[in-house]
Design a protein around this ligand. Structure first.
Ligand code: PLP
Length: 386
């Protein structure tokens, strides 16, 4: 698999040299830089250091810390040189899709799925192959579904998977992800694994891979995308990362150094605190709160009387067909509209995630926590019985 032809652009050399300067300073050299076009950094408030540009793929200490996270959680060695720090996983999608695919390439993804995959690929001229999924495959693609997609649409250049997924929360276990990785490797299809909801999982006691299985454990050619937004609750810091196959590092660096120059420096500094025992414990306590909110929804299933729901393995989403309620409201969009108007409860109709069948389903996010979910459920039940 080659990098895309459109990623054959020169890196912005200033940013590469900026990176080299930072590395040398870290190693104790007294470097005088007449390199970057940046004023001396303005003093930052509080404990933050003054922030200038960093290397285009992030600071060396953060890239090393992210690699360390893979050792801690997954027991896998990742070369920090393969880590690209980005402006959220959203920034990683743009750069990775540009680096990996050319216009006209076909990339498959599960429907329902996170809408930005489809929309960014479309904006970049990449052809999206939607794989309709249902509860029978836990709303995840399978090798058989991929074979069918190839038969219907032609050879694929890429596959995007998400586990836990948005909007369904469903996960791929090790065997299932390995089967997809194997299918991709055998056909030179790039596997992109969105692991942004890793750690927000609700495993049964003793279940293997409680944080989720990373594609980084299975195939060094897979592209892993993750973020500080969800498990770490740092959405507004706009920081994410990608683990790249070695052949995509230089293309991505060239793109990043031109498109973004560098990821935000203060956010990178703060993110250095993300991978400590204390932070993991603090975030796991937050996930325990999501687990309690999730239980409330699962307990309310009979009373809600909706249709088929996706098994909510992780993330903080519950995705369910509306079943008998569809007769009354006609669509999930209408149900959500009336629910908001009459009961002041906001849920998301599924049409954004699945333009074909999504208007039969709604997504509830239980990220708001136990109290908000309890209140919402009470209002929904009152609304439905009125
Ligand atoms: C599946 C998935 N991937 C990626 C993102 C983007 O997150 P960010 O850009 O904040 O990392 C989201 C946000 O909701 C998401 O649900």
């Amino acid at each position: 698999m080659r990098p895309s032809s459109r990623s054959r652009i020169p890196a912005f050399d200033v940013m590469r040299i900026t990176d080299e300067i930072a590395r040398r300073r870290l190693a104790g050299h007294d470097v005088v830089s007449l390199c970057a076009g940046e004023p001396s950094a303005r003093p930052a408030p509080g404990t933050l250091k003054p922030a200038g540009y960093t290397g285009p793929l992030g600071t060396t200490p953060l890239r090393e810390a992210i690699a360390g996270h893979y050792r801690t959680w997954y027991g896998v060695e990742v070369d920090p040189g393969r880590v690209a720090v980005t402006t959220g996983s959203s920034g990683a999608f743009q750069l990775v899709f540009l680096a990996a695919f050319d216009p006209g390439d076909r990339v498959a993804l599960a429907s329902p799925g996170y809408p930005a995959y489809r929309n960014i690929l479309t904006a970049l001229g990449v052809q999206v192959v939607e794989i309709p999924t249902g509860v029978d495959t836990r709303y995840q693609p399978t090798p058989a579904l991929l074979d069918a997609a190839v038969a219907a649409h032609g050879e694929l250049a890429g596959l995007i998977v998400a586990s836990p997924a948005n909007p369904t929360g469903t996960m791929l276990n090790r065997t299932e992800l390995a089967a997809l990785a194997e299918w991709c490797r055998a056909r030179d299809v790039r596997l992109i694994s969105d692991e942004i909801y890793h750690g927000i999982t609700f495993p049964a006691p003793g279940q293997p891979d409680p944080r989720g299985v990373s594609a980084a454990e299975l195939d060094p050619e897979a592209i892993v995308i993750n973020s500080f937004s969800k498990y770490w609750g740092m959405t507004g810091w706009r920081l994410g990362w990608a683990i790249l196959p070695p052949s995509l590092v230089a293309p991505l660096e060239a793109l990043a150094s031109n498109f973004a120059l560098s990821p935000p420096a203060p956010a990178q500094e703060l993110a250095m605190r993300a991978f400590t025992e204390e932070t993991y414990a603090e975030r796991d306590a937050v996930v325990d709160g999501f687990a309690r909110a999730r239980e409330l929804i699962l307990d309310a299933e009979p009373a809600l009387g909706w249709g088929t729901a996706a098994p909510s393995d992780g993330a903080f989403y519950y995705y369910s067909e509306l079943g008998p309620l569809l007769e009354r409201y006609g669509s999930a969009t209408e149900y959500a509209r009336v629910l908001l108007e009459r009961a002041d409860v906001a849920v998301v109709p599924g049409v954004d995630f699945d333009p074909v069948n999504g208007d039969r389903a709604v997504r509830l996010s239980y990220a708001a926590g136990e109290a908000a979910v309890a209140e919402a459920l009470e209002r929904i039940l009152r609304f439905q019985s009125a």
